[in-house]
Design a protein around this ligand. Structure first.
Ligand code: CDP
Ligand code: MG
Length: 136
């Protein structure tokens, strides 16, 4: 009996640039989310646009895709009990100013766009997002 899940996490350019990847990974591991896979990559704006397609009608879409492709990112598969929700809780609210204390976004986020991490929001999207970055 287990609800061991996998979820996709991304350390965004602002956090990679400030060398926060190891600290953020430690937060996952300390909270029983195992980093199963991890790679540092630099995606194109086209790839970012495909990844964030769900937001294509939003006013921030263009800036968001430009931002995610602006520098190296670290993409990871996290695994653990209720990993999707557990990761979302560790991340905190989208806007770092609204994120609870000790969440990753509260600790490290700079602004709503430079908010240091991405995390899948459902098991279904986690599968799609993992497949997007780790499909070979
Ligand atoms: O990342 P999360 O699932 O918490 O938020 P989202 O609503 O799925 O939005 C995706 C990303 O778009 C956020 O993480 C922000 O970086 C960015 N965003 C933004 O720049 N301005 C907004 N008003 C809302 C989101
Ligand atoms: Mg989201």
């Amino acid at each position: 009996m287990s609800n061991i899940e996998q979820t996709l996490s991304i350390i965004k350019p602002d956090a990679v640039d400030r060398n926060l990847s190891d600290e953020i990974k430690k937060i996952f591991e300390k909270n029983d989310l195992i980093v199963k896979e991890s790679k540092k990559i630099h995606i194109t704006k086209e790839e970012a646009s495909e990844f964030y397609k769900v937001h294509q009608s939003k006013p921030f879409y263009n800036d968001l895709c430009a931002y995610l492709s602006s520098g190296p990112i670290v993409v990871m598969i996290l695994e653990g009990k209720n990993a999707v929700l557990a990761n979302r809780k560790l991340m905190g609210a989208t806007n770092p100013k609204e994120a609870e204390e000790n969440t990753i976004r509260r600790l490290y986020g700079i602004s709503i766009d430079k908010n240091s991490v991405h995390g899948s929001d459902s098991v279904e999207n986690a599968k799609k997002e993992i497949d997007f970055f780790f499909n070979n």
